[in-house]
Design a protein around this ligand. Structure first.
Ligand SMILES: [Zn+2]
Length: 91
């Protein structure tokens, strides 16, 4: 079962990014989606806070029911990123 939520710092509350992965799995860098401020060395490293390098936990987690939904989330993110890029160009 997959969950998605915010990778949030235990120390300062900073959200390093969205994380998707199996329920109960360690929060590794490979599960991060979108921008990553993580200071980790590789995809199997545990995520550290992008601001203070503290440990992170999964906040506001919800279930991801299917790979279809995962693909859809990824596509929506790409569309949002494209819109942001467009807006940056126009500004
Ligand atoms: Zn922190």
């Amino acid at each position: 079962m997959l969950v998605i939520g915010d990778a949030k710092c235990l120390h300062c509350g900073w959200v390093t990014g969205r994380w998707v992965g199996p329920k109960g799995a360690p929060l590794t860098v490979s599960g991060l989606r979108g921008e990553s401020g993580a200071h980790a060395a590789g995809p199997e490293e545990l995520i550290r806070c992008g601001r203070c390098e503290g440990p992170v936990f999964l906040d506001d987690a919800s279930l991801v029911n299917s790979t279809y939904r995962l693909r859809r989330i990824r596509r929506l993110r790409e569309q949002i990123a494209a819109l942001d890029a467009e807006r940056d160009r126009a500004a």
